[in-house]
Each structure stands twice: as C-alpha cells, then as structure tokens.
Design a protein around this ligand. Structure first.
Ligand code: PGA
Length: 274
C-alpha cells in the first residue's frame, strides 16, 4: 500500500484528484466507485476545476455511488440542504458540474421497499459495467469502509446495514439536528457496497483528514484485520491502493517520517512502492 501524507486537506484533495485524473486519462471509460461525506468534497472540487480549466472529460466515465441511506433519495423539490441522499450529494458536488452522461450514473435506490433485491441488482450492474476500476473511499470514525459498520463481514457483498450509535450520533450532530429532524426520524439503515465488493475494485484510494480520524487510521492500517474495523480490510487488498492522508489524520501512525522519506525517494527514482 502506498501512503501519501500531505500538509493539509487541500493538498490531500489535490493529490487524490490527480490519481483519479490519471486513471481517466489512461482509460476514458473508467468505472469509478465514488464516496460521499465531508472528506471527498475537496477531491470533487479539484476534479471539477480540472474539467473546466484543463478539459478533463468524464463523458465516457461510469460512476457507482458507494452507498445510500434507506428512505432517502434524489428529491430535487427539496433544497439540497434538506435532501441528505448520496445521490443528491453526488449530483450537487460533482456530476452537475462535469460532462458525465446521466445514463452512466448509478446509485442505490434508497426508496426501495425490497433492499435485498436492490442490492443484488446493484452488484449485478457493477459486474455488467466490467467491475470498478477505481474506488474512492473515506473512513468513518468507527472504522467503517463504505457503510460497512463494525461487525459487517469482510466478505460482504452489497447489503443493508444498520448504522451504529456512533454514526447516528455523528449524522445527527452534523446534519439532522440542524434541520429539525428528530433522532427517530433520521435514517437508521443504509444500502452499501460490501467489503467484498470494494476489495474487487482494481484500484483503491482511501482518504482521511483531521485529528478526529487519526486513531482509527492507525487502527485500520496498523492494527489487526477485523470486521470491527472494516477499513482494516485494506490490509488484505491485492490491487493498487493509495492511502492519501493529511498530516492530522496521519499523526498517530508509528512511522510518519519514514513514510514521507520513502515517498520522496520514490519520486526521485520514479517508482511506485506498495
Ligand atoms: P466523512 O465520512 O468523510 O464525512 O468523515 C467518512 C465515511 O463515512 O467514510
């Protein structure tokens, strides 16, 4: 696994966007798996900038959103701030600003009344598209990868998960409390790509930013592989994986100076060491 540590959020975002842009340039019909949440917003902004200023085109790119809250869905009638669906997030933060085709955008149907069937169909749609070339991921404070909360099997496929108390607390404080939605009304379940689905992507980028993520980043990268920190499955991944961190998120890793040194040496010799 290659670990890139950058001084701040902005630099982290630019480094990740550069990897994605390189992927698209080398394979214009790349299949991307895309994460939502606070962390990747800077990556999407940088990709939009590259599209507008440098002509980076997404016209043949296919995109699969990583997860969707059950009961949430794209609702253009609602202002963006009140529509918390991942589909809407991807539209507002990224898709509407670039030239991706509508028919190439895939997301879980959060309004489904048959989650198992929706998950099966999503898994199949990924296969039909030829599999995910590059999957962008964050990491939750409880170590979730996608929305594979602690306890999700490391072999899981697309499935429905119940959110942990930590995630519910985070979502409530970050969003629902501010818009007057009660704890009982907020989404408690999520349709997500499974850890097994994620591990089949050909390349991975995992992002983390801020001191709030420092201890879980350490657990995921240096701790035991366990379904209680589903992001620790990154240690099992056999493809090309790049972990892009800002200095705060990297601060508890045991070997930051050495990681920085190795990256410098890799650049010097134009090598990529995993
Ligand atoms: P965040 O979420 O970027 O909003 O912290 C990360 C995640 O849930 O993967």
């Amino acid at each position: 696994m290659a670990i890139f540590i950058r001084d701040n959020y902005d630099q982290m975002s630019k480094a990740a966007a550069k990897i994605i842009a390189k992927q698209i340039k080398s394979k214009p019909d790349s299949v991307l798996g895309l994460a939502t949440g606070f962390t990747p917003i800077g990556v999407y902004r940088e990709l939009v900038r590259m599209h507008k200023e440098e002509g980076l085109s997404f016209k043949d790119v296919k995109a699969f959103t990583l997860y969707e809250y059950l009961g949430e869905g794209f609702d253009i009638i609602k202002p963006y701030g009140l529509d918390k669906s991942c589909a809407r997030y991807m539209h507002e933060e990224f898709f509407k600003h670039v030239d991706i085709k509508k028919e190439n955008i895939h997301y879980f149907d959060g309004y489904t009344d048959d989650p198992a069937k929706t998950c099966e169909e999503y898994e199949l749609a990924i296969k039909k598209a030829g599999g995910i070339d590059l999957q962008l991921l964050g990491i939750g404070r409880d170590g979730h990868w996608g929305f594979n909360e602690p306890g999700s099997s490391l072999g899981s496929r697309c499935h429905l998960v119940g959110l942990t108390k930590q995630t519910l607390d985070d979502n409530y404080e970050d969003f629902y409390r501010k818009v007057g939605i009660t704890r009982d009304e907020m989404p408690h379940f999520c349709l997500t790509m499974g850890v097994g689905t994620i591990l089949e992507a050909k390349k991975l980028i995992m992002l983390a930013s801020g001191t709030k993520k420092a201890s879980i980043v350490k657990e995921a990268l240096e701790g035991p592989i366990t379904s209680h920190v589903t992001a620790s499955a990154i240690q099992l991944y056999g493809g090309e994986v790049t972990v892009v961190l800002d200095m705060d998120a990297a601060s508890e890793l045991s070997n930051v100076d050495h990681i920085l040194h190795l990256e410098k040496m890799s650049k010097k010799y134009n090598l990529r060491a995993e």
